[in-house]
Design a protein around this ligand. Structure first.
Ligand code: BGC
Length: 355
């Protein structure tokens, strides 16, 4: 009897090791997902969508958010390595700070997919999945040209520009995409940057913080716009657009005499969709995180099955050590006229969320 009980016990333990991986570690199909922060709506959606899609594909998922702290993200990735993840998907906080921990992952044969943001200066990044970042900026630039009538010869218009976080590779792509469109109008004098600040080192906002954008906009308005009208603010994303609008409102913009300037954004965060509906922000870019999550699941499945990993760009994303094979999803223009179709009818948000 005693023997039968211990036999049954051993059987039960082996079963649980098969199912749960045993010894506190995860099974061989575990995937780590390291997201930068919960403080921005999009990363919560990215994380949740990816977890759902990866679990539906049969993987166990360890999902972590790092509070925008580089050390915390490194520790989380170290834990994912210890827990036996075979693939780790990372949206980095500082794209240049993961070289060491990625070397440890590579030693264990773990494959790394950079998610949305390129990880730089490391040969241990295997793939990159993102939206076409240059195209995001280009769509913003093209929109501005139309909205102000620059293509019809209108102007001059006064403008200011903001840049994303300097430790985020994407920030430079967004800026280049937009400035390639706008530069000819600056050269011809149809756009005038009154502060003269257009270089990334002058306009970048650390950590993509709305407060940082608000403080810089306050300074720009005080120093340059006491007796001038501001017609355009190029903001690369929605969190910075939030800060810009807070500053503009405090300075009395938003009335018939002092209308809001044309203002761009990206992400279609709920707050910003409401700002578009209210006429405070002109446009945003919809990056359907479900599309990106699905793409990453396809890449992860291919890695696990040792089949060809789907990529559609092998030229653009040089991380300083190698050109990382990438899959670029298509960003989509959004404004108050198409948001219902794009965001509500597609089931991304409910109509109630945007009230
Ligand atoms: C992402 C943007 C986001 C920004 C701030 C960028 O890397 O591509 O979608 O707005 O980070 O989180």
């Amino acid at each position: 009897m005693k023997r039968l009980v211990s036999l049954l016990l051993i059987l039960a333990m082996s079963m649980s090791m098969l199912i749960f991986g045993g010894c506190g570690t995860s099974n061989s199909k575990t995937v780590g997902v390291a997201m930068p922060t919960k403080s921005l709506q999009r990363w919560n959606q990215d994380g949740e969508n990816m977890k759902k899609a990866l679990e539906a594909a049969g993987f166990t998922v360890i999902l972590e958010y790092a509070n925008d702290k580089v050390d915390q993200q490194v520790t989380q990735i170290e834990n994912m390595i210890t827990k036996g993840c075979k693939v780790i998907i990372i949206a980095s906080i500082d794209g240049t700070a993961l070289k060491g921990v990625l070397a440890s992952a590579a030693k264990e044969g773990i494959k790394v997919i950079a998610y949305d943001r390129l990880i730089r200066d490391s040969g241990d990044v295997d793939y990159y999945a993102t939206f076409d970042n240059y195209l995001v900026g280009k769509i913003q630039g093209d929109y501005i040209v139309k909205a102000l009538g620059l293509d019809a010869g209108k102007g001059p218009f006064n403008m200011e520009a903001f840049g994303g976080s300097p430790d985020d590779n994407n920030a430079f792509f967004f800026n280049k995409g937009a400035m390639d469109v706008l530069q000819p109008y600056l050269d011809s004098g149809k756009l005038v940057c009154v502060s003269g600040q257009l270089k990334m080192e002058q306009i970048a906002i650390q950590g993509w913080k709305p407060e940082g954008a608000q403080a810089r906009m306050d300074n720009l308005l005080t120093a340059n716009y006491a007796d001038k009208k501001l017609d355009l603010v190029l903001s690369p994303n929605d969190s910075l657009a939030q800060g810009v609008v807070a500053s503009l409102k405090a300075a009395g913009y938003g009335s018939a005499e002092k209308p809001f300037p044309v203002l761009t954004g990206q992400d279609c965060d709920v707050i910003n969709v409401k700002m578009m509906i209210n006429g405070e922000q002109s446009m945003s870019i919809f990056k359907d995180t479900r599309t990106l999550a699905d793409q990453v699941v396809k890449m992860t499945t291919a890695i696990m099955n040792k089949t060809d990993v789907p990529v559609n760009d092998t030229k653009t994303y040089d991380n300083g050590v190698k050109v990382v094979p990438s899959f670029l999803c298509a960003p989509v223009f959004a404004d108050k006229d198409n948001y219902t179709k794009l965001l509500v009818e597609s089931g991304y948000y409910t109509a109630d969320q945007l009230k």
